[in-house]
Write a protein that binds this ligand. Structure first.
Ligand code: AMP
Ligand code: TRP
Length: 334
């Protein structure tokens, strides 16, 4: 039996991924590549919906790819590429735009949120068509599953609707994918505000552990993390959200159960515990940071890896696009 195909994408909108992205999504990309035919892309075209300095976008695209590889996304096991290296994404997006209702696109909650926050003047049309480009990312590869966070469920629904609509209207070209909503290995909260999830859009980065932070910065963030009343190291989300979050983080990285860790720290104070969590995390992130830096120091090699991924992606995507064009009655120029 042939392997099921998965496809996912991540935006290069920040220099570094954080612990939440890592445990919530990317670690699972690493696992999925083993048993699936996996396509993973850095969606640089989607990132254009937010105005970014060109030099910064360039750096972040490479940094994102480098971090994915450093974490364990293996270009030998999966197809890792940059979205803009495969022109079929834009080409299919146009076709899909022509079968998407205006109201349908306007109902996307992420668009509504983002456009409301930005105001009419700062809302570009790209933000409006963003989910349609995402649908093209997915349908081009005939993906079976799309591993994403809960916030992306509606976009995958739209993808399915558009794929089905095209199939019914023209020809059965697309496989209809399913969302595979990723249950985070651990829900990681902000170290300064342990009742909110760790997020790139936090007001301050003091409570956000970034994978590329220096060991000193990581230790400092853990040392100044908010803890709770009392002095016992005990998991209690309600009464002790700070300590509970630290226990979750320790457990995710050390592989020990929360109970084991509680026992280990029985009778010890918050200070000791925070330092120990910091050490466990630093030890796990060190190789990722070092590997990312190595890849960034040899960008020629990194780009070669990504180009080779794009070559494979182009073959699959090109075939789908050609079928789509033929089904639409566009004259074949091949
Ligand atoms: P983002 O682009 O920040 O929404 O993150 C990409 C993915 O990382 C999400 O779809 C989630 O699966 C995961 N993620 C982000 N933040 C967290 C968090 N604090 N805890 C667990 N998973 C998270
Ligand atoms: N919109 C997704 C996010 O913000 C990123 C994305 C773009 C994506 N294209 C995709 C995810 C295709 C899965 C499949 O997280």
């Amino acid at each position: 039996m042939s392997k099921k195909r998965v496809l996912s994408g991540i935006q290069p909108t920040h220099d570094s991924f954080h612990l939440g992205n890592y445990l919530g999504a990317i670690k699972q990309w690493v696992d999925l590549q083993k048993e699936h035919d996996a396509f993973y892309c850095v969606v640089d075209l989607h990132a254009l919906t937010v105005e970014t300095d060109p030099k910064l976008l360039e750096k972040r695209t490479l940094l994102s790819a480098a971090q994915l590889i450093a974490i364990g996304v293996d270009p030998k096991l999966c197809t890792l590429f940059i979205q803009s290296h495969v022109p079929a994404h834009n080409q299919l997006a146009w076709v899909l735009e022509c079968i998407t209702g205006f109201g349908e696109a306007g109902r996307m909650t992420q668009f509504k949120d983002k456009s409301q926050k930005g105001g009419a003047d700062r809302t570009n049309v790209g933000l409006f068509t963003y989910p349609i480009l995402q649908a093209a990312d997915i349908l081009l590869y005939q993906a079976d599953f799309v591993p994403v966070g809960e916030d992306q469920r509606q976009h995958i629904e739209l993808t399915r609707d558009l794929g089905q609509r095209f199939n019914t209207k023209y020809k059965e070209v697309f496989n209809i994918p399913q969302a595979q909503i990723i249950k985070s290995l651990a829900k990681i909260n902000d170290l300064q505000d342990p009742n909110s999830k760790m997020s790139k859009s936090a007001a301050s980065m003091a409570g956000v552990i970034e994978l590329l932070d220096s060991p000193e910065a990581t230790i400092k963030k853990f040392k100044s993390s908010v803890t709770d009343a009392g002095k016992e190291i005990k998991y209690d989300e309600k009464e002790k959200p700070g300590i509970s979050n630290l226990l979750t983080i320790h457990s995710a990285f050390s592989g020990k159960s929360v109970k084991e860790i509680e026992n280990e720290f029985a009778g010890k104070g918050y200070g000791d515990f925070k330092l120990q969590v910091a050490e466990v995390v630093v030890e796990a992130l060190n190789p990722i940071r070092v590997k990312t830096q190595e890849l960034m120091d040899d960008q020629g090699e990194l780009i070669k890896i990504l180009k080779s991924g794009a070559e494979k992606a182009n073959q699959v995507a090109g075939k789908t696009l050609s079928d789509v064009y033929t089904a639409l009655g566009l004259i074949n120029n091949g």
